[in-house]
Design a protein around this ligand. Structure first.
Ligand SMILES: [Zn+2]
Length: 377
C-alpha cells in the first residue's frame, strides 16, 4: 500500500505501518491534553495503543501463517489506524483451509487473553473483569486483555468482511457449493448489518457506519464470487481481441488523448522495439493529464506492472488478476508473439451476458419446465 513504512519481516511476510498512524497518535495526544491529563497518562495510553497494534499484527500473522501452512502466500500485512490488513495472493477455496485460516486470527486474540489472565490476576484488578474498559483506571494489562477479547468477538461476527463471515461461508461450503454458500453467508451478514445500522441510532452512530460498510462488503463479496464462478469455464482465447491500439513510449499524453478520442477502445498497449513495455487506460490518461499536463512522455505515465496472458489461461484466475492489479488491459502472447489483448470491459460484458442467460434459464425452469413435466406424466 502506498505511503506505508516498512517495519520488518516475519517468516517472509513484510509488515508495513500506514502513514495515517500519525493521526491516531496525534489524536491520543490531543485527547490527553484536552482532558488535562499529564505526560504519564499520555505514555500510558500510547503503550496501550501500541500493544493493541502488536496484538492486531499477531492476529494477522495468525491468518498468514495458517495460510502459509496450506501453501497460500501472503504478500504483506499493513497496519492501519482501523486495524490490520493481510493481502493474500488468493483466498483459500478449500472450505477446511478457509475455515482454519479465518478462525486463526481471533484464536490468537483469545490465546493472548488467556496468557494475560494469570498476570492480571496476580496484579489484582480481576473483580471488574469484562465490565470495565479502558479509561476507567484499569491497569494497562487488564485493558489489553479485555481489548483482545473484544477484538476476537468482533471479528467473529458472521458477516463479510469479518473473519466470522469467511468462517460461516467455509462452514456452509461443506454442505453446498461455494457460490450458494457465499450468497447465504452474504444474506446473513446483511441481516446483521441492518441490525447494526438501527442499533447505531440508539447507542452509537459509529455502529450505523459499520452497518453500512458490512452491507456493501457482503454484496461485493457475493457479486465477486458469482462473477468468478461464471468465468470458470472460459479461457483467455474466448475473449481475446485481435484488434488493439498501441502507442510508443516516446509519445506523450496528448497523443494518448488524441487516440482516446479517435477510437472506441479505452485501453492501449505501450510499445518499444516491437515489445509491450506498459499499458495505459482512460482513467490513467485523464488522471495524468489533470495532475501533470499533456506533455508528459508515456514512459513516465504508463503502468509497467504487466502480466502477459496466454490463450489457454482460465478466465476466473485472470479476473482476480485484473481486480488486484491496476491494469484495465493485458497483452496476450502465444509462442512469444503478441496475438491480441484482453480488456476488463470485455470480461465484464461476458459476465453480464452469462448472468442474463442464467437468469433466463432459471426463469425457464421455474415457469415453463413444470408444465412440461406435468404433460409428460
Ligand atoms: Zn482477522
Amino acid at each position: 500500500m502506498s505511503g506505508s513504512l516498512f517495519i520488518g519481516k516475519i517468516s517472509g511476510i513484510k509488515i508495513f505501518i500506514h502513514w495515517t498512524f500519525i493521526f491516531l497518535i496525534g489524536w491520543i495526544l490531543m485527547e490527553n491534553v484536552r482532558a488535562g491529563r499529564n505526560i504519564f497518562n499520555f505514555i500510558y495510553t500510547l503503550v496501550f495503543v501500541l500493544s493493541i497494534f502488536i496484538c492486531i499484527t499477531l492476529h494477522e500473522l495468525g491468518h498468514a501463517l495458517t495460510a502459509k501452512y496450506f501453501h497460500y502466500y501472503t504478500k504483506d500485512i499493513t497496519l492501519l489506524p482501523i486495524g490490520g490488513m493481510a493481502r493474500m495472493d488468493e483466498i483459500p477455496e478449500n472450505p477446511k483451509h478457509e475455515l482454519l485460516v479465518a478462525l486463526a486470527g481471533p484464536a490468537v486474540n483469545i490465546l493472548i487473553s488467556l496468557l494475560l489472565y494469570p498476570l492480571v490476576y496476580w496484579f489484582g484488578n480481576i473483580p471488574t473483569f469484562l465490565t470495565t474498559l479502558f479509561d476507567s483506571g484499569d491497569t494497562v494489562l487488564f485493558s489489553i486483555l479485555t481489548t483482545n477479547l473484544i477484538l476476537a468477538f468482533f471479528n467473529l461476527i458472521p458477516a463479510f468482511p469479518m473473519d466470522g463471515g469467511r468462517a460461516l461461508r467455509a462452514g456452509l461450503s461443506f454442505f453446498t457449493d461455494r457460490v450458494k454458500a457465499t450468497t447465504i453467508a452474504a444474506k446473513i451478514g446483511q441481516a446483521i448489518s441492518i441490525l447494526f445500522f438501527f442499533t447505531g441510532f440508539i447507542f452509537n452512530p459509529f455502529l450505523s457506519v459499520i452497518g453500512i460498510f458490512i452491507f456493501l462488503m457482503a454484496q461485493t463479496e457475493s457479486d465477486y464470487v458469482q462473477s468468478k464462478s461464471l468465468l470458470h469455464d472460459y479461457r483467455v482465447s474466448d475473449v481475446v481481441m485481435k484488434k488493439y491500439f498501441s502507442l510508443h513510449v516516446s509519445d506523450t499524453i496528448s497523443d494518448a488523448v488524441r487516440l482516446l478520442l479517435d477510437v472506441q477502445a479505452t485501453g492501449f498497449l505501450i510499445m518499444e522495439n516491437n515489445n509491450v513495455v506498459g499499458t495505459l487506460d482512460r482513467d490513467r490518461i485523464i488522471h495524468v493529464l489533470s495532475e501533470q499536463g499533456k506533455d508528459v512522455p508515456l514512459i513516465l505515465a504508463m503502468n509497467t506492472r504487466l502480466k502477459f496472458l496466454s490463450p489457454e489461461m482460465s478466465l476466473d484466475k485472470i479476473f482476480s488478476e485484473f481486480k488486484s492489479s491496476e491494469n484495465a488491459i493485458l497483452p496476450v502472447l502465444q509462442n512469444n508473439e503478441l496475438i491480441g489483448v484482453v480488456d476488463l470491459n470485455n470480461i465484464l460484458e461476458l459476465i453480464l451476458s452469462r448472468t442474463a442467460e442464467k437468469n433466463f434459464a432459471d426463469h425457464y425452469q421455474k415457469f415453463i419446465k413444470p408444465k412440461n413435466v406435468v404433460s409428460i406424466k
